[in-house]
Design a binder for this molecule. Structure first.
Ligand code: FYN
Ligand code: ADP
Ligand code: MG
Length: 571
């Protein structure tokens, strides 16, 4: 008993709602069911935005994207066992991408689960989640809900952001406690993601290396986009005069049309640079682990890396890091700027002019390809339409998944503003499409253009109903080439269709029509342009079925080399 007791009580449902609201969390991405159905109703009645999905994986992906876009943990809620497992894929993907999110799942009763007596949806969810996310907690008592939420928020957003699991057994929701004591038990988290300042010697070491470089290069990753140090990052690039490469989700941090962007001559700069500064980008498979042919083979031995990252153990994960700069990107970049002084020498013109020439050549070549108008459309002629629309609406958010659809869109569709591109991320995962698109629309209110391979779209396609239900300004463009990679594979036995083929001439636009949205088939760039312009103008849920030459595309797009092939030659 406490001296604040009034006789009024509060239950677990309301404590959870109050704890989330107290910490500025407004949106919950979820699928209702036992034991969280009433929670979803009560939270909505309390003024929170509840977005109900058709499958937990997409609710989870939405929460992850919300985390990336807002720096607040995105919240996903699911039922027990299967719902939890469906959400777990998204939680693990968020952790891999360093996006902050919290998966809250209802669970069965501990007494029964622990004795394995066969409860409804019995599963030891906490134990399963633990190795697959950044942190995992369970709350057993109503008076600990405040602490549970506070720990989950801190774990998600501090240091390297990631996914957190919070296990809430069914019984907790209806537990009651004294209302005043309950209110007191809640925690408003102060400084959830504390700054981490780099040491002065580490800053000097990095500056010394940069100063001595003849062929310096900056690589910006999605950590740099997440950090929201946009102005300082731009100043660093411009003041230093160093060419830069954006990783796919860092596109737009500076406009892709920026004079210092080396995107259009990526292979050249990776192979030739002598000092490379990584800003929120890991030397994982997407950067060929910092070694080998991509990095100039023998030349790799003399290259020096500077790496800015909040995670100290990221350093030396693949190759030696000569100048580790550990801290939050905002603090590290501003320390570098302060140390650069006012008369920083630009890199040798030989390096920057060489890049400019190569880049101009590749961009002109690309322009020629984009100007062609083949029938049926190919990836280039369809993406050229989207490229122009994004140029006209740089605030629109682009979601992108597929293999060829992803690879071509990445280099064709220029981005102009930070955090406007959401894609398959570190795992190269298919299925993020509709979840990311829904969160982008909910969190920003901006138009969303989801550029989807027909295969990629299939993983989350049912969520077009969700898009229609909430009337979200999402335009899905399905690049329909009748299959995975392409639609022309043959089954040598002539029995079933080949494993990579889909139904030919599928009417994807009818999926959107089924739920009251706009569905259009586009056979030409003009038709695509008309439908997309209309979609952006009206803000109505729209699906454009863009018919692409079924022989266009290559196996696995630009990462064919990762595909093991049989030693036996195809006949
Ligand atoms: C880029 N390029 C351009 C332009 N932009 N040319 C002209 N104009 C413009 N604007 C050139 C660039 O210099 C490269 O050529 C080429 O286009 C490709 O550029 P990209 O995409 O930046 O580079 P690359 O080599 O594909 O990048 C490697 C990668 C990337 C691993 C980072 O492929 C990636 O993010 N992949 C994710 C793939 C994935 O997850 N897929 C899921 C598949 S699912 P060169 O300089 O001549 O090389 C299962 O299949
Ligand atoms: P990309 O795929 O774009 O190359 P990665 O996901 O590999 O990017 O890398 C992102 C990196 O950014 C991670 O190593 C992560 O620790 C780091 N990071 C995320 N947020 C911050 C931040 N605020 N400050 C510093 N580093 C950060
Ligand atoms: Mg396809």
């Amino acid at each position: 008993t406490t001296d604040t007791q009034t006789g009024e009580t509060i239950d677990g449902f309301h404590l959870l709602i109050d704890a989330l609201k107290l910490n500025g969390i407004e949106n919950i991405y979820e699928v209702p069911g036992i034991p969280i159905t009433d929670f979803t109703r009560l939270a909505q009645a309390a003024g929170m935005r509840l977005i109900s999905f058709r499958h937990e994986q997409h609710a989870g992906n939405a929460a992850a994207a919300a985390g990336f876009l807002t720096q607040k943990p995105g919240i996903c809620m699911t039922v027990s066992a299967p719902g939890f497992l469906n959400g777990l894929t998204a939680l693990t993907n968020a952790t891999t991408n360093c996006f902050p999110m919290i998966l809250i799942s209802g669970s069965s009763e501990r007494e029964i689960v622990d004795l394995q007596q066969g409860d409804y949806e019995e599963m030891d969810q906490l134990a399963i989640a633990k190795p697959l996310c950044k942190a995992a907690y369970r709350v057993l008592h109503a008076q600990d809900i405040g602490v549970g939420i506070a720990r989950a928020i801190r774990s998600a957003v501090s240091g390297r952001p990631g996914g957190v699991y919070l296990d809430l057994p069914a019984k907790l929701f209806s537990q009651t406690m004294d209302a005043a004591a309950g209110k007191k038990s809640l925690i408003k988290v102060v400084d959830a993601a504390p700054k981490q300042l780099p040491g002065p010697e580490a800053v000097q070491r990095a500056l010394d290396l940069l100063k001595g470089a003849k062929r310096p290069l900056i690589i910006l990753g999605k950590g740099a986009a997440y950090a929201r140090a946009d102005a300082d990052i731009r100043t660093l690039v411009e003041k230093s005069g160093i060419p830069y490469l954006p990783m796919s989700m860092a596109k737009g941090l500076l406009p892709d049309t920026h004079a210092q962007s080396a995107s259009a001559t990526r292979s050249h700069v990776l192979a030739e640079a002598d000092v490379v500064m990584l800003v929120g980008a890991r030397l994982n498979w997407l950067l060929s682990h910092g070694k080998g042919k991509t990095w100039g083979g023998d030349k790799a031995a003399d290259r020096k890396f500077i790496q800015i990252d909040i995670s100290p153990i990221e350093m030396d994960s693949n190759v030696a890091i000569a100048a580790p700069l550990v801290g939050d990107i905002g603090s590290c970049v501003s320390a570098l700027l302060a140390g650069m002084g006012s008369n920083w020498a630009k890199p040798p013109a030989e390096w920057t002019q060489g890049i400019a020439e190569r880049k101009d050549k590749n961009i002109s070549k690309m322009a020629e390809t984009l100007a062609l108008n083949p029938s049926p459309m190919n990836f280039h002629s369809a993406l050229n339409v989207i490229r122009n629309q994004v140029k006209a609406r740089p605030d629109a958010i682009v979601v992108n998944e597929g293999a060829n659809t992803l690879d071509f869109a990445r280099s064709i569709v220029d981005m102009y503003e930070p955090r406007k591109r959401l894609d398959v991320g570190t795992w190269g995962i298919m299925g993020i499409g509709m979840g990311f698109a829904i969160a982008a629309a909910v969190e920003t209110g901006k138009p969303v253009i989801a550029i989807e391979g027909d295969s990629a779209f299939g993983f989350s396609g049912m969520e077009v109903e969700t898009i229609c239900r909430y009337n979200l300004p999402v335009c899905v463009i399905v690049f329909n080439n009748n299959g995975i990679y392409k639609g022309t594979d043959k089954n040598p036995l002539g029995t079933d269709m080949a494993p990579t083929q889909f139904v030919k001439g599928a009417k994807y636009e009818m999926m959107m029509q089924a739920f009251g949205g706009v569905g259009v088939q586009a056979n030409t760039p003009a038709e695509l342009e008309k439908a997309l312009t209309e979609a952006i103008k009206s803000g109505k849920p729209t699906l454009i079925n863009a018919i692409i030459d079924e022989s266009a595309g290559t196996e696995s797009g630009r990462i064919t080399s990762l595909n093991p092939a049989t030693a036996k030659k195809k006949t």
